[in-house]
Design a protein around this ligand. Structure first.
Ligand code: NDP
Length: 505
């Protein structure tokens, strides 16, 4: 029996053992190529959100550990083996890591399901294989980072000049990631940084540290010099904050809530660190009267229910042309009611649990608020089962534009559907949010699509599809959804500084 099949048949006790084996050295931090205890000796529990059982414990790193990790990363950056590798060497290491991730996919995917709650199938396809492909894409950039030669306008008698720019790695990067796509987010941060020649200290979310630890093992196996990537598990307020404050860190890259992003931004400014922020969203999805309903209805349902709605780009505000509103809402509600909830590692589940008790309570709290503020629940609207952090996929109607669940990010499987009459009105309503991460448009009318796309204030707009991301496509937000663009060439810009050279010749 292969490991995947074993996993599918396993009970939670066996899963706990599996998790312990997968992470190799539980309770340890990866610092300078070695697995070390937290200086404080403290550990914290990792919980399976489907059963609420403790799976294992990991080290609770804090300021002292962050300091050791930053020093190790600094040593490699300032004249260590890493700093002497060629771009092609870095490319090859990233390609090796990609192969190792694919090769270990049957361990990584169930580990991700166990830790985060997500469906095993998606974990395999998106979180694991997608991540390996992302690494391969970014590996290509290592050898393609270039400066420019530039004309000079200074006119000084008897002097001539030659000018050019260099793109150089920004330095030691502190990378703080969320719990919704733990492995993928780790690699979205690490891969461009390593391609550019930076060194890294990664802090995974407290809820989902396991695949980052396994990734640390694979990074060592791939042959990255010790200290190039350090992994510090721990809490945001201690380990995360210490990383942001540390004077030895040159850049902070963060994905998470807008609230924490703002606090990190303020703190990072004290030492003028480079900063990129990928924050929350409240993305509108607009369905035009002429949309192909056979594909649009599952498309808009998937926009909100995929990954339990724990997606920064989740299409949580659904705006449907008046004439087809009832039909679309009924279709989405039918899908919501038909979904089978269960552990992500049960192959028959169609939606897993939310990541944590806190997130469960938060999402249920929003549902309650939606009801109190006059919203009507047409599907779901309650927790599911007695054990695990499950929430029924939920569809609301009749929520006013100022109601809390229309304005705040819920980060759960909850969509608010609202009818609209005119395109002008709906674009203004869609843009009436502090966020601007993504939006969707479903229509057969190309000129409608182009008009709306131009006017929507969001970093990514999907037309007749939703939620697809590609390593080559810039990703990031307008307004309170963040600063900077990840992926593509833009990601390399985030991890390099531009140096101007002016030479008298
Ligand atoms: P946070 O923004 O708190 O967490 C994201 C990451 O930041 C985690 O690694 C966290 O650490 C860390 N962190 C927290 N506080 C600090 C700090 N002061 N300094 C440095 N790092 C810090 O998200 P939550 O997990 O609390 O989720 C709350 C809400 O945030 C969700 O309901 C959702 O709305 C939104 N969110 C958005 C995400 C996105 O992709 N845009 C992803 C996750 C959440 P730790 O968790 O270990 O304490």
């Amino acid at each position: 029996m292969d490991r995947q099949a074993k996993f599918e048949n396993a009970n939670i006790t066996a899963l706990g053992e599996a998790a312990r084996r997968f992470i190799g050295k539980p309770g340890k931090l990866l610092i300078d190529g070695k697995w070390e205890n937290a200086a404080s000796g403290k550990v914290f529990d990792v919980i399976d959100p489907a059963t609420e059982q403790v799976v294992c414990q990991v080290a609770e790193g804090d300021k002292a550990d962050v300091d050791r990790a930053v020093k190790a990363a600094r040593k490699q950056f300032d004249g260590g083996d890493w700093s002497r590798l060629t771009a092609a060497n870095r490319q090859n290491l990233l390609l090796k890591l990609a192969d190792l991730i694919d090769r270990n996919g049957d361990e990584l995917a169930p580990l991700e399901s166990l830790d985060n709650g997500k469906l095993g199938l998606f974990a395999k396809m998106i979180d694991v294989h997608g991540t390996a492909e992302f690494l391969r894409y970014m590996a290509g950039w290592a050898t393609k980072i270039e400066g420019r030669t530039l004309d000079v306008s200074i006119g000084i008698p008897n002097m001539e000049f030659q000018a050019y720019t260099l793109r150089q790695p920004v330095g030691v990067c502190g990378q703080i990631i969320p719990w919704n796509f733990p492995l993928a987010m780790a690699v979205w941060k690490l891969a461009p940084a390593l391609a550019a020649g930076c060194t890294c200290v990664l802090k995974p979310a407290e809820q989902t540290p396991l695949t980052a630890l396994r990734l640390g093992e694979l990074i060592l196996e791939a042959g990255f010099p010790p200290g190039v990537v350090n992994v510090i598990t721990g809490y945001g307020e201690t380990a995360g904050a210490a990383l942001v404050e540390h004077p030895g860190v040159d850049k902070i890259a963060f994905t998470g809530s807008t609230e924490v992003g703002k606090a990190i931004g303020k703190s990072a400014m004290n030492t003028l660190k480079r900063l990129s922020l990928e924050l929350g969203g409240k993305s509108p999805v607009i369905v035009a009267e002429d949309a192909d309903l056979a594909s649009t209805i599952p498309g808009v349902a998937n926009a909100i229910f995929f990954n339990q709605g724990e997606v920064c780009t989740a299409g949580s505000r659904l705006y449907v042309a008046d004439s087809i509103f009832d039909k679309v809402v009924a279709g989405v509600a039918d899908i919501a009611k038909s979904m089978k909830l269960g552990p992500g590692y049960d192959p028959t589940s169609q939606m897993g649990p939310l990541v944590s008790k806190e997130q469960h309570e938060r999402v249920l709290g929003y549902i309650e608020k939606g009801r109190k503020e006059g919203g009507e629940v047409v599907a779901g609207g309650a927790k599911h089962g007695d054990k695990g952090y499950f929430v029924q996929p939920t569809v609301f109607t009749k929520c006013g534009p100022q109601s809390t669940i229309v304005r705040e990010e819920i980060f759960g499987p909850v969509v608010v559907a609202t009818p609209y009459k005119s395109v002008d009105d709906i674009v203004a309503v869609a843009n009436d949010t502090q966020y601007g991460l993504a939006a969707g448009v479903f229509t057969k009318d190309l000129s409608f699509a182009h008009r709306v796309v131009k006017r929507l204030r969001a970093g990514t707009i999907w037309v007749n599809c939703y939620g697809l991301v590609d390593p080559n496509l810039p990703f990031g937000g307008f307004k309170s959804s963040g600063m900077g663009r990840e992926n593509g060439a833009a990601a390399i810009d985030l991890y390099t500084e531009q140096k101007t050279v002016l030479m008298s010749v």
